[in-house]
Ligand binder design. Structure first.
Ligand code: FES
Length: 148
């Protein structure tokens, strides 16, 4: 289990201009393996996940169940899929709700043993955002530019 880190804003004099519809997150090398919190001023939190294999994922930072702070969750990998375990309601959901960093779907540990992406409840799905890596920089789709 890795602790999350807060990604500081990039000095715009140093960082490149983001592609249209994307936000600059950080240099790829500055993002540690695990969960990082990305929260530009005036925006809701986004978690940036750097997986063991180096891929970058981005999800809404507040759990779709009841707003648990996913930046404080644990990151686990099960059969090559990374999951964030929400830090809240671990008594209600023994083992913790597991949120797929690929699909945003919720699972319980008991479901994961049978079917990795089984949803706990139909209307619980974490928003997952496209990411880009260009010239050593990481960008995430601006959530304000995405359809609901
Ligand atoms: S807020 Fe995430 S499990 Fe309840």
């Amino acid at each position: 289990m890795l602790q999350s880190t807060l990604l500081p804003p990039v000095d715009m004099a140093i960082g490149p201009s983001p592609p249209n519809g994307f936000l600059l997150v950080a240099s790829y090398d500055s993002i540690k393996e695990g969960i990082s919190l990305f929260q530009p001023e005036g925006s809701s939190p986004t978690v940036i996940v750097k997986q063991k294999d180096g891929r970058i994922r981005a999800l809404d930072g507040l759990c779709a169940h009841k707003q648990g702070e996913l930046s404080l969750g644990d990151l686990v990998e099960i059969e090559d899929v990374s999951f964030i375990i929400c830090p809240r309601h671990r008594k209600k959901f023994p083992g913790g709700l597991h949120i797929s960093c690929e699909s945003g779907l919720y699972s319980l540990p008991s479901c994961l043993q049978q079917q990795p992406s089984e949803e706990v409840k139909g209307d619980w799905k974490q928003r997952v955002y496209p990411t880009l890596i260009q010239d050593g920089w990481v960008f995430v789709k601006d959530k304000t530019q995405m359809d609901e």
